[in-house]
Design a protein around this ligand. Structure first.
Ligand code: SF4
Length: 326
């Protein structure tokens, strides 16, 4: 995978939102949601990003393409060019290369526009086509994502959840991007529809040479689609490895606990579930030392005071941040 070259490189990315003031004269405390994250995404691969709700994975994905208004620091490079410092105007031309598929297809589609109008608007904004050429392209896109071209004049409410997600995918690929952030693209869908959408994403990746950052909390879905997987906890990546390696040889206690919760497909076979203490703390209450220590089943006294660094465990890119490996 690494021979294919880096498409996206992220170094020490931090994302925070201004918090509420503490008292009348107090300064607002920043809410640190992503806390020093570094990773690469290689051309043509799918990097899965998993973790519990609230761990910062969606905020990270949105920060990469400048959605919302958080304060973002750190370095982001795309195709070898640093893009973190460029102005919003220049960044807008890059948005063609970097698209996003959202979790809630209904919420992300304009209810007042038909599919044809919505996709036509995207093509117009990016200078890809108008008039008859745009119509042809839209019909082609509908066909590619498995929708009937007769749907051109239908509104979002006339579609099922799976069809709406296909429209969301058509909108993302309409501008011929290289990189797509898929933010929980199937978690709002029925299980039977989920596999159809995942297979569509896989087919599009193969046919269009796409690269994905696939954000999800369902580890089975992530295993199926990802070449590599990064595990996030409280705003940090705590483990990253090739998918097979991570699922067969997890190192971080948090990853082990997450994997132990996946139901075993073989009837009768038993897997010991690792239960974690308590819930994920909020970003305003990040524990000292290793932030996982209050919930870690193998924490030692040292874990309260010393913060582990993400480090290589072998030569195959398997990294974890845990004092057990230092
Ligand atoms: Fe658990 Fe300590 Fe490792 Fe953190 S550093 S994951 S608390 S063993």
């Amino acid at each position: 995978m690494k021979d294919q070259g880096r498409l996206l490189s992220v170094s020490d990315l931090r994302v925070h939102f201004p918090g509420r003031k503490s008292g009348f004269l107090g300064k607002p405390l920043p809410i640190q949601v992503v806390n020093g994250v570094s990773f690469d995404v290689y051309q043509g691969e799918t990097l899965g990003l998993v973790g519990e709700s609230g761990c910062g994975k969606t905020t990270l994905g949105r920060a990469l393409i400048r959605l919302g208004h958080p304060v973002v620091t750190g370095k982001i490079s795309f195709e070898g060019r640093e893009i973190s410092g460029i102005g919003n105007r220049e960044f807008r031309s890059l948005r063609k290369e970097m698209q996003m598929i959202f979790q809630d297809p209904f919420g992300s589609l304009n209810p007042r526009l038909t599919v044809g109008q919505m996709l036509g608007e995207v093509l117009l904004i990016h200078g890809i086509g108008r008039g008859e050429a745009a119509r042809k392209r839209i019909e082609e896109l509908l066909d590619v994502v498995g929708l009937n071209k007769e749907y051109f004049n239908r509104y979002p409410h006339e579609f099922s959840g799976g069809q709406r997600q296909r429209i969301g995918i058509a909108r993302a690929i309409a501008v011929n991007p290289k990189f797509i952030i898929c933010d929980e693209p199937v978690s709002a869908l029925d299980v039977s529809i989920q596999s159809q959408i995942i297979n569509l994403l896989k087919d599009l990746q193969r046919d269009l040479g796409l690269t994905y950052l696939f954000i999800a909390h369902d580890l089975s879905v992530v295993e199926y689609i990802s070449d590599r997987v990064a595990v996030m906890y409280l705003g940090k990546i705590v483990e990253i490895a090739d998918s097979t390696e991570l699922y067969t040889n997890p190192k971080h206690p948090y990853t082990r606990a997450l994997l132990s919760a996946i139901p075993n497909p073989e009837p009768g076979s038993k897997k010991e579930r690792i239960l974690l203490n308590g819930d994920l703390p909020g970003p305003l209450h990040i524990p000292s030392g290793c932030s996982f220590h209050p919930r870690c089943p193998v924490a030692t006294a040292e874990c309260r005071n010393r913060e582990p660094k993400l480090r290589n465990l072998n030569n195959n890119g398997h990294q974890a941040s845990c004092l057990l490996y230092e």
